[in-house]
Design a protein around this ligand. Structure first.
Ligand code: NAP
Length: 252
């Protein structure tokens, strides 16, 4: 799958004139559904060209079809737990752009049903941290050459309040640890990338109605996506290494 060449487009949607493509490129992992899909939609509406990834190309394509009314979107297959898959995505994307302005590490899993910190297996801890934490770190490492080419590169890690010190809970052990560690990675990555002018922040989207959050959650995917979109496009460039909810800094 090759990226279409960069184009300048103007779309009409629901009577609103869309912004022209602003020459910025974003990549959203897990962009085929839930919060990632809503983040991709919001970035498209702001004129960015958005690469959405899913673990299957078919799912990514189906989501891209739904999003194409909002702007230029490109589906890519990517499993964040698989370095070969990440490298393949890098190669595919490199054929058409060498620059990435926004990287949204949104892909995540919540597999802690019926386990607690006293009985969870090492395998489950391993697979959750691999997806939720190490995946984000590996994405930054592999896409760093692309981010370095942007004059305004921003990385946003979609974390959770369940990774905050005060909300760690023994009945969601691998998920809490993975988001706690993801927040640690945000701090370390922001330190390591400060001199390059690349910002790195974590967000808590709140409790959101998605496959993960369930039907009873209090927020829509669009509400859950808002702070990530704001950090990606509007927040001050000196904001880095922080944890955010509803566009405000919260405690790690
Ligand atoms: N929903 C909430 O209430 C809530 C609250 C706090 C934080 N969050 C965080 O928000 C993010 C998005 O959650 P969501 O509610 O939108 O969940 P979701 O509806 O379950 O979607 C999860 C997304 O992650 C992708 N994904 C999972 N494992 C992956 C992997 N190994 N490689 C690449 N993609 C992978 C999924 O792709 P497939 O379709 O291929 O499975 C899917 O696109 C997650 O990081 C989650 O922890 C959610």
């Amino acid at each position: 799958m090759l990226l279409p060449k960069h184009r300048f487009i103007v779309n009409e949607l629901e009577g609103k004139k869309m912004e022209t493509n602003n020459g910025q490129f974003a990549l959203v992992t897990g962009g085929n559904r839930g919060i990632g899909f809503a983040i991709a939609k919001g970035l498209l509406q702001k004129g960015l060209m958005v690469i959405i990834t899913a673990r299957s190309l078919e799912k990514a394509k189906q989501a891209a079809e739904k999003l194409q009314a909002y702007g230029e979107v490109v589906p890519i297959e990517l499993d964040v737990t698989d370095d070969n898959s990440i490298e393949q995505a890098v190669e595919t994307i490199a054929q058409n752009t060498s620059k990435l302005d926004v990287l949204i590490n949104n892909a995540g899993i919540y597999p802690d049903n019926g386990v607690n910190i006293l009985n969870i297996s090492r395998d489950l801890l391993d697979s959750t941290l691999n997806a939720n934490t190490f995946g984000a770190i590996s994405m930054v490492q592999n896409f760093l050459p692309f981010l370095e080419k942007s004059t305004d590169a921003r990385v946003i890690n979609v974390s959770s309040n369940m990774g905050a010190l005060q909300d760690l809970t023994a009945t969601a052990p691998s998920y809490c640890l993975s988001k706690f560690a993801l927040n640690g990675a945000t701090i370390m990555l922001s330190q390591a990338l400060r001199s390059k002018g690349i910002t790195v922040n974590s967000i808590d989207p709140g409790w959101v109605r998605t496959d993960m959050g369930g039907d009873n959650a209090s927020r829509s995917p669009e509400q859950g996506a808002d702070t990530a979109i704001w950090l990606a496009t509007e927040a001050q460039r000196n904001e880095t290494g922080k944890f955010w909810r509803d566009r405000k800094v919260i405690s790690y």
